[in-house]
Design a protein around this ligand. Sequence first.
Ligand code: XMP
Length: 519
Amino acid sequence: MSESISETERVVVLDFGGQYSQLIARRIRELGAYCEIWPYTTPPHRFQTPSVRGLILSGGPSSVYDADAPRCHPEVFELDVPILGICYGMQLMVQELGGQVERADRGEYGKALLEILEPDSPLLKGLQPRTQVWMSHVDSVKKLPPGFRVLASTEATPIAVIGDDARRRYGVQFHPEVVHTLEGNRLLENFLYRVVGMRGDWKPENFVAAQVESIRREIGAGRALCALSGGVDSAVAAALVYRAIGDRLTCLFVDHGFLRKGEREEVMHTFQKRLGVPLVLVNAADRFLRAIQGVVDPEEKRRRIGHEFIRVFEEEARRLGPFEFLVQGTIYPDVVESGATPGAPTAVIKTHHNVGGLPPDLRFRLVEPLRSLFKDEVRAVGRELGLSETIVTRHPFPGPGLAIRVLGEVTEEKLAILREADAIFLEEIRKAGLYEVIWQAFAVLVNSRSVAVMGDERRYGYTVALRAVTSEDGMTADYFRFSWDFLERVGHRITREVPNVSRVVYDITSKPPATIEWE
Ligand code: XMP
């Protein structure tokens, strides 16, 4: 694959607001085909390019009978590319092509047994004759449009899979993208390779060469600035742009004083020593601490830290500049969630884009080279570019850092305590081989003291709360089930090794109702 991403052959997921649209796209990419999510309002002419090889109509919360049900342009169904409708997508296709959808009062949710009636259909080749699928729908298809046949049924849903082989139109009532549909990947694979005929050469690693070329073209002889956060996205974006334009890229790393133990050294080491990227470190800890002195409200802390960051950034950009370009580690879920139309990365460099709160004389053009990648793909690209595993597999870390993990007023003493406790927790997690199965793990310094008996003395010490969660995307999360031995070991080490900590507790709430962070 040497063409630019805008020319890469793709399957487009037309998004009708379904909660699984991103999951469909991820599955398709995992199966080796490039996939993008486009809004259902996309005008039909945008599909008429050789790079769009097939369409998937996503599910969605609406009924086709709702007055405000999302509908794509009817011409979409006339396009000369294969179409697979999933759940709502199937019902919409049926209605548009002359079939009938039945409105029901009660839906069908959960596991169902699918019986294959047409095992030779290209969509169902190789599936078990009876296979478990995951249903979540209210309405059902009642009458097929002309040219369609029923390919599979479940007990409650006789018309569960439909197809018109000649026109290459298919529909499934269940969700092939979720893990509870045991052979969902096989079905999607059939659609990609037996129906659409994709090449199957999408790999995030291949993306590097093409992307380096397009960044080079865009930036030309210009200079670019990138603010590193220590997180994986900005690190990979910077490494990629560095590969393209070398030391015409300057990286800025603002130490706001709310970083974890060893974080600053690690970022410096990776970028300066390992990759040789020019890196400017700004030590602004005093300034940030002053900015939030006495502040206890978490949103106010966030606001002041954000504001201070912009000011530091502004000063440094003036001092080191001029720069025409600003590199950001925006990734695909950010793009999809913001409702922007994803396009080729060549199209994302917006002229005169004014970055949040910057004055008019500091206008940059944005370079967001990871805009089309999912998190896992960003990690694969990072490895390809030579970033260390520590950076590539790093847990997400909030911009305001430890300032929102010290509950209440933030002081240097409290930050120091939290940093130590957090480092012990993470060290034990790594030692136990659990770092990569956990989405985020961290310590929180609770805003009240508790009694401790130390020797013969009664003292008031701080309480440290430990938080570790598993999650797919941070939107929902479950607390991680450590063994009692593990928790005891960590608790013991923290009370013994960190001065002034007298109590350690473990947070066993999921999200919802709690959030991942405490503040
Ligand atoms: P919550 O606490 O809302 O967190 O469940 C969801 C995800 O967002 C991160 N988070 C933040 N990230 N600035 C950030 O950059 C913030 O102010 C912030 N607050 C929460 C959190 O770490 C988790 O990954």
